[in-house]
Design a protein around this ligand. Structure first.
Ligand code: NI
Length: 201
């Protein structure tokens, strides 16, 4: 997800991970982030059967690319890798707050209560639009050491996890926008083609 979200942020008190990496943007990030219209974004991601050093290296490269783009969340398909891996960091300002790495995440339940929030995406730069989603979720996942974990998330964290998990299924937030006129205008303004949006029936 893109940064302007952080304006709506609550503190990311649940983010814990042993991956330590500088949050400073770098000039040539290790991975290229694909944008709307690129078919790789529509491909489904596979589960990671073995969490190892390679997985952690990928998470680090994704984090470095995310920090360099000033994003708060990135899913592996956005860098052309179809694995169920997400990185999230809602606290870009604090160098010592560890990022969250989610492997094979599964939502086990979500609240009936819905929230409307403005979302953005590093794959659709400049476009920010309202999306309605459950306010809170319970999820299970593996951390970067392969340990099974459970978590309850609400607020911006719940929003960000749902947005990133959609990427694993080839779904982009613009597919979920209700306000079609706003969507058309924003996409055109930023040089994207509405034909690349998949309206959910
Ligand atoms: Ni995104």
């Amino acid at each position: 997800m893109a940064r302007s979200f952080a304006q709506l942020a609550r503190t990311a008190e649940k983010t814990k991970s042993s991956i330590i990496i500088s949050k400073e943007p770098i000039e040539t990030p290790p991975l290229e982030i694909h944008t709307l219209g690129d078919k790789v974004l529509r491909q489904e991601a596979r589960r990671i059967s073995k969490v190892n050093e390679e997985t952690r290296d990928l998470a680090k490269d994704m984090l470095q690319s995310m920090y360099s783009a000033k994003g708060i969340g990135l899913a592996a398909p956005q860098v052309g890798i179809h694995k169920q891996l997400l990185v999230i960091d809602l606290d870009l300002e604090t160098p010592t707050t560890p990022p969250l790495v989610l492997i094979n995440p599964e939502i086990t339940s979500c609240s009936a209560t819905l929230d409307t929030y403005e979302e953005g995406c590093l794959s659709i730069p400049g476009v920010y639009l309202n999306v309605i989603r459950p306010s809170s979720i319970n999820l299970s996942y593996r951390d970067e050491m392969g340990r099974p974990k459970k978590m309850k998330a609400d607020g911006l964290l719940a929003r960000c996890i749902q947005h990133e998990m959609d990427h694993l299924n080839g779904v982009l937030f613009v597919d979920l926008v209700n306000e079609q006129e706003d969507l058309s205008r924003a996409l055109e303004e930023h040089g994207f083609d509405k034909k690349d949006v998949r309206i959910k029936s």
